[in-house]
Design a protein. Structure first.
Length: 623
C-alpha cells in the first residue's frame, strides 16, 4: 500500500519521472509533483492507486482519461505529456500549472481568506480524482489570480468584461474537445485553472466520455458535481448526453462567477437536484444588480433546462460572449411570458393539467354567455342555457357520457355548429384525448375565424397535445389581436396564470359579472392562487385558496375535490417549517384522496392522484 509520504510502496521513481511529493488524491488516483528526468522539468504525475485492486474497469477508465486528454492540443486545456505503466502501476504526466483554480478566485472576490480547497466529491463516482486540488497546496496559488476584488465585482465593468473573455476562451476549448468527440461532463470552477499569465485552462477529464465509443458507466449512474450538473445528467441515462451538457455546466460556472452564488443551493443533495430539474435559476440581476442585462441573457440561455434551447456548441456560446465584450448585439433573446409558460407547463404537469381543463371549461361558459348577449338573433333560451351549463359542469366532473348527451340536447334547441364543436372539443379534452379535441376545435375555428377566444382555446389544446411549434405560431398571432368580448379578456387572463398569476387574477376580475360569481370562476381563481402560492412559498396564500374553495356549494364534485387536494398539498409544501400545519394539510389532502376513490377512472382524478403520490414520493402507487 502507500507509505506515509504518499508514494507507492518501494518506489521513488516511475519510468522517466522522479516523485517529489504528493499534492492531491482521490478515490481513484494520486497526483504527485514530479521531475521528468530526461527533460529536467516539473510535471504533475497522476498515478492509479494500487489499493483499488486494479479492476479492469478502473484501469480502462484511467487509460481512457489519459488517452482522451492526450488527443487534445489547445491553449486552454491542460496538456498531457506522457503516459506509461511500471510493474502494474499506471500513470500519466501533465503540465504543472502554478496557479489557483477559478473556485479560489471566486472565494478571493468574496473577500474570504485563502484556504486549501476541499475536493468536492462526484456523485455516484467516488473512484475519480478531482486533480484541481493539487493546485491548492502550491505556495503560489494566489499570485496569478485576476486583479478582482469585492469592490470591483460590485462596480467595475471591467470585471464583467474579463469574466466574459475568460469563459469565452473555455467555451472555445470545449468546442474544440467536442469536435474531437469528447464531452467533459464535470465542468465546474475547481476544474478551471488560472495560469500565471492569466490564462484560464480546463483540467480533469476524469469523467470525460468519448462520443463514438460505448459508455463505460452503467445506465442510471449519475456522474458529476451537483451544483453544476445539467438536468440530463440528473436524470442519469434517461436522456442522452452530448456537448450541450458541458454548455449548461459552463453556464452555471459563469453564473457563480458573476453573482458569487451557486445557481441552486440546498442543505441536501436531493434538494439541489430537484431544483435543477424543476426550477429556473434566480435571475442574475436579482442577485447582483450590476450584472449587465446582455450577460445575464447569455448565461441563462446557456442554462436552459431544455438542451434544444441552449447554445448548440461551445463556439456559439463563445461568440455571443465576445459580442457582449465588443458591445455588439447578442444572438440570445430573453424568454417572454409565453416561453416561460411553456417551460412551467413541462415541469408542472399536474397543476397545469388541472388548470388547462379549468381554462377550457371557464372559457366555454363565458364564451357562450357573451355570444348570447352580443348576438340577439342567436339568443339562447333558458332551456339552452341550462343544457350548456349542465354540459360544462358534467365535462368538468369527468362524466363524458352525460356531457355528450347534453350537447345533443343543445343541438336540438338550435345552438350553432361552431359552438357545438367548441363544446365537443372541451369534452374530449376532459377525457384526456387532446388529439380529438384539436380536431373539433380546428373545425370551430373554421366556422368562427374572427373569434379571438376560439384562437386562444385552440392554442391551449395544441400546447397540451405537445405541438409546441404550432402553439408558438398561434400564440404570436394571438398577441397581435385585441380582445373585445368579456370572454376574450377572461381567457387572456387565464393564459397568464402560469407565468404571472397576479396579473391573471387581475384580468379575471374584468370578466362578466355572471362568470365571476360562478363556481367555475371561483375554481379558476383558486388554481391561479395555487400557482401564486407555489411561486411565493407563502403558506397563507395556499390557506386563502382553500378558504375560497370551501365556499363553493358542490361538495361531491370530483373536480372541486381535486383542486382542493392540490391546494392542501401546496399548503403542506409551503408549511415546511410549521410541522403541525404541514401535517394537518397532508391529512386533509388524504381525506380528499379518499373521497376521490369512487371516481377511479376519471382522468382529472387520475392526475390529482398522480400529483399526490409524487409529492408523497410513493413511486409504486405513482406508477
Amino acid at each position: 500500500m502507500n507509505q506515509g509520504d504518499g508514494k507507492p510502496q518501494g518506489a521513488d521513481r516511475l519510468g522517466d519521472f522522479e516523485l517529489i511529493r504528493e499534492i492531491g488524491r482521490g478515490g481513484m488516483g494520486v497526483v504527485f509533483e514530479a521531475r521528468q528526468v530526461s527533460l529536467d522539468r516539473l510535471v504533475a504525475l497522476k498515478v492509479l492507486r494500487a489499493g483499488l485492486g486494479l479492476t479492469s474497469q478502473s484501469v480502462q477508465r484511467f487509460r481512457r482519461e489519459a488517452a482522451a486528454v492526450a488527443r487534445l492540443h489547445h491553449t486552454n486545456i491542460v496538456p498531457v505529456y506522457a503516459t506509461g505503466d511500471q510493474d502494474g502501476t499506471h500513470f500519466y504526466a501533465m503540465e504543472l500549472v502554478e496557479g489557483p483554480s477559478l473556485d479560489q478566485v471566486i472565494r478571493q472576490v468574496r473577500g474570504e481568506r485563502t484556504a486549501p480547497l476541499e475536493t468536492e466529491p462526484s456523485l455516484g463516482d467516488s473512484d475519480l480524482l478531482d486533480t484541481a486540488a493539487y493546485h491548492d497546496s502550491h505556495e503560489k496559488t494566489t499570485r496569478s489570480a485576476p486583479a478582482w476584488t469585492s469592490s470591483s465585482f460590485s462596480s467595475n465593468a471591467q470585471f464583467f468584461d474579463t469574466a466574459a473573455r475568460m469563459i469565452a476562451d473555455v467555451a472555445d476549448a470545449l468546442d474544440y474537445a467536442h469536435r474531437q468527440g469528447i464531452v467533459h461532463r464535470d465542468i465546474k470552477p475547481s476544474n478551471l485553472l488560472v495560469s500565471p499569465d492569466g490564462r484560464l485552462s480546463l483540467n480533469d477529464f476524469g469523467l470525460a466520455r468519448v462520443l463514438e465509443e460505448p459508455g463505460m458507466t452503467t445506465t442510471g449512474e449519475m456522474l458529476g458535481t451537483p451544483a453544476y450538473m445539467s438536468p440530463e445528467q440528473v436524470t442519469a441515462g434517461r436522456t442522452p448526453l452530448d456537448q450541450r451538457t458541458d454548455i449548461y455546466s459552463l453556464g452555471a460556472t459563469l453564473y457563480e462567477l458573476l453573482t458569487l452564488e451557486a445557481p441552486f443551493k440546498g442543505e441536501r443533495r436531493d434538494q439541489v437536484l430537484a431544483q435543477i430539474l424543476h426550477k429556473d435559476p434566480r435571475p442574475l440581476r436579482r442577485v447582483n444588480k450590476k450584472v449587465p442585462v446582455d450577460l445575464e441573457t447569455i448565461c441563462l440561455k446557456a442554462m436552459e433546462k431544455d438542451p434544444d434551447r441552449r447554445y448548440a456548441s461551445g463556439g456559439e456560446f463563445a461568440a455571443d460572449l465576445r459580442r457582449y465584450v465588443n458591445r455588439f448585439a447578442i444572438a440570445a433573446r430573453r424568454a417572454g411570458p409565453l416561453a416561460k409558460g411553456v417551460k412551467w407547463v413541462k415541469r408542472h404537469p399536474g397543476v397545469s393539467g388541472l388548470l388547462a381543463c379549468l381554462v377550457l371549461a371557464l372559457f366555454a361558459i363565458s364564451y357562450f354567455a357573451a355570444q348570447s348577449r352580443l348576438a340577439r338573433s342567436r339568443l339562447l333560451s333558458a332551456q339552452q342555457d341550462a343544457a350548456l351549463e349542465r354540459a360544462m359542469l358534467e365535462a368538468m366532473s369527468g362524466d363524458a357520457e352525460s356531457a355528450m348527451g347534453s350537447i345533443t340536447m343543445a343541438e336540438n334547441v338550435g345552438v350553432e355548429a361552431g359552438e357545438l364543436n367548441m363544446l365537443r372539443g372541451l369534452v374530449e379534452k376532459h377525457r384526456g384525448r387532446a388529439r380529438e379535441a384539436v380536431v373539433h376545435l380546428e373545425q370551430a375555428q373554421r366556422q368562427m375565424p374572427g373569434s379571438v377566444a376560439v384562437k386562444a382555446l385552440l392554442a391551449s389544446a395544441y400546447l397540451e397535445n405537445g405541438n409546441y411549434q404550432t402553439f408558438d405560431e398561434l400564440s404570436i398571432e394571438l398577441e397581435k389581436l385585441r380582445p373585445r368580448t368579456p370572454a376574450d379578456y377572461l381567457f387572456l387572463g387565464l393564459s397568464f396564470a402560469d407565468s404571472d398569476p397576479k396579473e391573471a387574477l387581475h384580468i379575471l376580475e374584468r370578466a362578466p359579472e355572471r362568470s365571476r360569481r360562478s363556481a367555475v370562476a371561483r375554481l379558476a381563481k383558486a388554481l391561479c392562487g395555487i400557482v401564486r402560492a407555489a411561486d411565493t412559498g407563502n403558506p397563507d396564500d395556499a390557506a386563502h385558496v382553500i378558504q375560497e374553495l370551501n365556499k363553493i356549494d358542490a361538495p361531491e364534485n370530483p373536480y372541486l375535490i381535486s383542486v382542493r387536494l392540490e391546494a392542501n398539498l401546496s399548503l403542506a409544501i409551503a408549511s415546511n417549517s410549521d410541522a403541525p400545519r404541514r401535517e394537518a394539510a397532508f391529512s386533509n389532502a388524504s381525506l380528499d384522496l379518499e373521497r376521490l376513490a369512487q371516481y377511479s377512472e376519471n382522468p382529472i382524478v387520475l392526475r390529482a392522484n398522480c400529483f399526490y403520490y409524487f409529492i408523497q414520493r410513493d413511486d409504486d402507487k405513482l406508477l
